[in-house]
Design a protein around this ligand. Structure first.
Ligand code: CP
Ligand code: NVA
Length: 299
């Protein structure tokens, strides 16, 4: 059966851990200048209807480094953007390539694409989740601080696609997730119900951060929510990750953000650019984590 990576929990926990261990090994091999042709003659189609820096560059460079090829397909250029049905697009594109990565707004559409695809599908961010980012985040934590099992992670800010995927990661990797969001910005109720055992919904940012090992945030207005920016700036003003908030966490706690970041909004410059921040490793690790994912899905 074709394996897809649409949500983190599509894969067994052991396989997720194996991908992360492989990613750490691939990173060392890459830094040592070792060449791989493991995906020679393989093509990855990358369909985007939203902007991207990290996702596009990491998948494209990753395919090159494995001896394969990546095709960048903006919805502005392909017939999908002019109304060709997603089902027809899935049948046709998957008949020509070995794997398809989609960054399209609707999570439901990714599932529809997968149901009509003959090759593995990767969710590269939807309105619901961002599983590729969590592979990189979990890899980064493991590299810098060892196993995340039994640790406490604080999610501060919007109950968005990244927050949902952290909830799934809490279950898969065995940590406790404290979530602090403004009222009416909580994660989706289905996620709260499904991951209740691994998640605490906290009254405020300070209590969520208390004694945590990792503090994570994301933009207050995600792509597609630009019209709500001003309102959100007011609603989220007590949810900035700054040195005061970081002082609630353990003294060796680290900070992560999937990027792009807005300094002075969800995070202060001194935190994101400070010594507790792992954001540059986290961004770089998208490359290595996704190379491991591609090898897993295509082998
Ligand atoms: N974190 C992330 O997915 O970044 P991009 O939007 O730049 O791909
Ligand atoms: N929550 C953000 C993540 C960007 C990588 C968004 O969806 O825009």
């Amino acid at each position: 059966m074709t394996k897809h990576f649409i949500n983190l929990d599509d894969l067994p926990n052991d396989d997720l851990q194996q991908i992360i261990d492989q990613a750490i090994a691939l990173k060392k091999q890459h830094k040592a200048g070792e060449i791989s042709n493991a995906l020679k003659n393989k093509t990855l189609a990358m369909i985007f209807d939203k902007s991207s820096t990290r996702t596009r560059v990491s998948f494209e460079a990753g395919m090159t480094q494995l001896g394969g090829h990546a095709l960048f397909l903006s919805d502005k250029d392909i017939q999908l953007g002019r109304g060709e049905p997603i089902t027809d697009s899935a049948v046709v594109i998957s008949s020509m390539v070995d794997c398809v990565m989609l960054r399209i707004s609707s999570h439901k559409d990714i599932n529809v694409f997968a149901n009509h695809s003959s090759v593995p599908i990767i969710n590269a961010l939807s309105d619901e989740s961002h599983p590729c980012q969590l592979l990189a985040d979990m890899m980064t934590y493991q590299e810098h601080n060892g196993s995340i099992k039994g640790k406490t992670v604080a999610w501060i800010g919007d109950g968005n696609n990244m927050c949902h995927t952290y909830m799934q990661a809490a279950k898969a990797f065995g940590f406790t997730l404290n979530i602090a969001t403004p009222k009416d910005y909580e994660p989706d109720q289905n996620f709260i119900d499904q991951y209740a055992e691994h998640v605490n919904l906290c009254a405020d940012a300070n209590s969520a951060c208390k004694d945590s090992d990792l503090v994570v945030t994301d933009v207050w207005a995600s792509m597609g929510q630009e019209a709500e920016q001003k309102k959100r700036e007011l609603d989220f003003e007590d949810f900035q990750v700054n040195t005061n908030l970081m002082s609630q966490a353990k003294s060796d706690a680290v900070f992560m953000h999937c990027l792009p970041a807005h300094r002075g909004e969800e995070v202060s410059a001194d935190v994101i650019d400070g010594k507790q921040s792992l954001v540059w490793s986290e961004a770089e690790n998208r490359l290595h984590a996704q190379k491991a994912l591609l090898l897993y899905l295509l082998s």
